[in-house]
Design a protein around this ligand. Sequence first.
Ligand code: F6R
Length: 356
Amino acid sequence: MTKLDAAPLGTDMFEAMASYLKDYKEAHAAARALPLPAPPEVDHVVFTGMGGSGIGADLVAALAAATSPRPIVVVKDYQVPPWVGPRTLVVATSYSGNTEETLSAVASAREQKARVAGIASGGALWTLLEREKLPRYRAPPDRQPRAALPLLFGALAGMAERVGLGSFALDEKDENHLHNVHVQLQPKLSGTEDTALAMAGRLHNRQPTIVAEGHLAPVAVRWKCQLNENAKMFARAEILPEANHNDLVPWAEGKSGPAEAVVLLRRRDEPGHVAARFDFLSQVVAGRGAPLESVEAKSRTPLGQSLELLMTGDYLSVYTAVLRHVDPTPVDVIGELKKRLERDGLARDARRRLGV
Ligand code: F6R
């Protein structure tokens, strides 16, 4: 059993997560009411954003894949594709509003005459959205971007719903279940039964590989990123069925590397062929003697399942940070890189192209 120190490490991250479901719901409702271009005016949708601001795009795109009548492309780079034009809606998300890739992508979208909407807490992106009266959602300031995920994901989901890509309102039964899951995840300094905390105890000195499929694929990526940024540790995300065609081999035959562990992100309604793949992988991993965790989302809907495993991974990453005795909040090296790149002038160039 794993016990937390009474140290205050992680307090601000826990605080930011305290209103997880409320944040998602409120942002979703607010963004769903935005005056976005009505469906026949838009043929394709591009989401752009980086890091903690970009993962919401992956989540919405993965959930919408089953329902969207229009193509959705996620851009995590400086430039939107050449086919983007007046019949494309480009939704940019940057919590700070100042990330140079996102600003450059928006500049290219504007130059290609796309319809632009956005999500930010301030910065150059917000200035542009406000000045041009573009459809926009303003996130409250003073969080780490990745800690604003429920808001950013909710806002993007609301916008996606508004333009007819799918329905992203929380199912009532799921909401009740998620509320209970959230209560279970919250830190109880005296308790030791918390599954996320117990799992953190088993993973914090290892290099976990998170495996998921379908709409949960970006959730595995979020776990990886949260372990990277909050716990300051290496982690990998592998997606099925693709990983069965490559990553499976070293589990069966590879020489041992860093202390390994595997986490499977599963759902109660996964199809038989998915279950067969997870079962096979589990056997191979067991044969290697690597610890294996399996976390099953009990929610009924794909959205509920995504939120359930997002919350679990977010809490797990903060518990893992605490057990590794690191402060989950600062990510100084990312700030240093942004400052270093600012000198090269691409962010300045993007702001000039946007006139902000
Ligand atoms: C920091 C974080 C980063 C940022 C990324 C983009 O908490 O998660 O991954 O999200 O550097 O910055 P923003 O979100 O301000 O566009």
